[in-house]
Design a protein around this ligand. Sequence first.
Ligand code: PLP
Length: 392
Amino acid sequence: MVYFDHAATTDVFPEVISALAANLAVTGNASSLHHSGREARKHVEIARENIAMSLGALPSEVIFTAGGTEADNLAIKGLFWARHNANPTANTILASAIEHHAVLDPVQWLVDTHQAQVEWIPVDADGVVDIEWLRHRIDSDPETVALVSVMWANNEVGTVQPLTEVVEIVHAHKIPVHSDAVQAVGSLHVDFAASGVDALSLSGHKIGAPIGIGALLLKREYKPVPVLHGGGQEREVRSGTLPTSLILALGQAVSLAVQKQPQHADRTTQLRDQLITMIESADLGATLRGHRTQRLPGNVHFTFEDCEGDALLMLLDAAGVQVSTGSACTAGIPQPSHVLLAMGIPVSTAVGALRFSLGRTSTESDLHRLLEVLPGVVERARRAGKSLRAKV
Ligand code: PLP
C-alpha cells in the first residue's frame, strides 16, 4: 500500500514508540506527592520544557490537551467567554472561512447557544485570508471583537496564511489572536513568541507522537474559562489526570520534528513539486488548488473535472494507493469542502477534490506508483460520473 494521507495522521517516530512503551510500565500520577508521583511529574515537566524550547514558548505557556480539537475548543470557547465576561460589548469572533471544523464548529456553537456573533474572514482564490477585509473590519469597530482565529496553514489545500500581518492588525487593538498550527508544526518553522499569536494549537499525531495528545500554547496573561472542570491541573484551565506517557511522547516528538523540520521540509517540497508537475503533465483534467508556492511542503491538492472525489478515493484505494478528499463526510454523505467553496470554486468542481499529503516515509517510487494507476482511475470515475448524471 502507498500512503498519501500524512495530513490525516502520520507515522510515530520509532524512538517515541520505545520511550512510550517503557513509560507505560511505570506507575505514577503526576499530581501525587510521593516518589512515583514526583517521577511522573518530572517526565511531564521535561516534556513541557522540550516543547517550549522547540517552539519558542515558555514552559508555563504549554497546556496539555487530548489533541488539536481540544486545544482549538479551549482557545475559542475559553478566550471568548473570558473576554466577553470582562466586556460584554466584545461579542464577535472573527475566524477565517477556511478553518478546520475543530475551530468552525465551536465558533458556530457559541453563536447558536451563547449569543456570540461571527464574521467569517473571506479568502481569495488561493485560500489566502483577505488582509484588507480584516484591517477594515477591525479598525472600523474594534470594541465588538472578542478574538480572531486564523490558522497557520490550511489542512486541505495547504495554503500558508500571512499571520504576521494578521497579528499586527489585530494587536493594534489589543485583541487576542488564536492560530491553529496543527498542520504547521514540524512542517514549517513555528516560533510562538516570534509569531506574536496569543494562543496556538498543536496535535501530536500529525508530527510523530500517538493520537490523543496535543497542546495549547497560551500566553500567561490570558485566563480562559475552562471547558473541563475537575482537579484543576494545567493552570486550572484543563482538568484531568495528566497522561504521563503520552506527554513524554509528545515532548520527544516535538523535539525531533522541530530538529528535523528544515531537511524534512526540503525533501517533501521537492517531492511535492515533482508530484504537481507529474499530475499537471498527465492531461487528466486536474487543477491545482491552494497557493502554488505559499503552501505546506507536503501538500498536493487537485480537483479533477467531472469526477467525484469519493469515487477517485475508493478506486485508488482498491489499487493500493491511499489518499483523502481533504474534507469530512457528514453522516457518511460526502459534502463539497467549505474551504473550496470559500475560495469561490463551484460545487460541481469542488466535489472532485483529492488531497495527496506527503510525510517522512514518502518516496519518489510512491509518486510513480500513483501515476501508474491515476489515469485509469480518473477515466473510470469520469465514466461512472457521466452515466450517473445521465440517469438523473
Ligand atoms: N486542526 C487542523 C488544521 C487539523 O488538520 C486537525 C486534524 O486533522 C485538527 C485541528 C484536529 O486535531 P486532532 O485530530 O488532534 O483532534
